[in-house]
Design a protein around this ligand. Sequence first.
Ligand code: FES
Length: 122
Amino acid sequence: MYSKKVLDHFKNPRNQGKLEDANAVAQKGNPVCGDVMKIYLKIENGIIKDAKFETLGCAAAIAVSSLLTEYIKGMTLEEAKKVTKDDIIREADGLPPAKVHCSMLGIDAALTALKNYEEREK
Ligand code: FES
């Protein structure tokens, strides 16, 4: 069973859609289920000022994408790079064991976006 928080973020996703002025973007897919998540970040002075997502996936993937964008907004790049699936699962008030892998989609996308951004800014 999903937690109330997961159901809420699935039914009313926060930060869903394209972020027009994003300066860090990445897309990740789960080869097993075929679900795809694209993350858009707006980074200014080393801080994630805004985050949005587009996810084609299961309820858990959508809820986790929503939770993740809320969670990392306001973080420094260093803080955001340390976010793990355990942080997100805790934020979600838990995920059913069969859905734990769904939490990785957003984290992988966010880490790739941060890496691309840092490589470009070097
Ligand atoms: Fe694919 Fe959840 S089943 S991300």
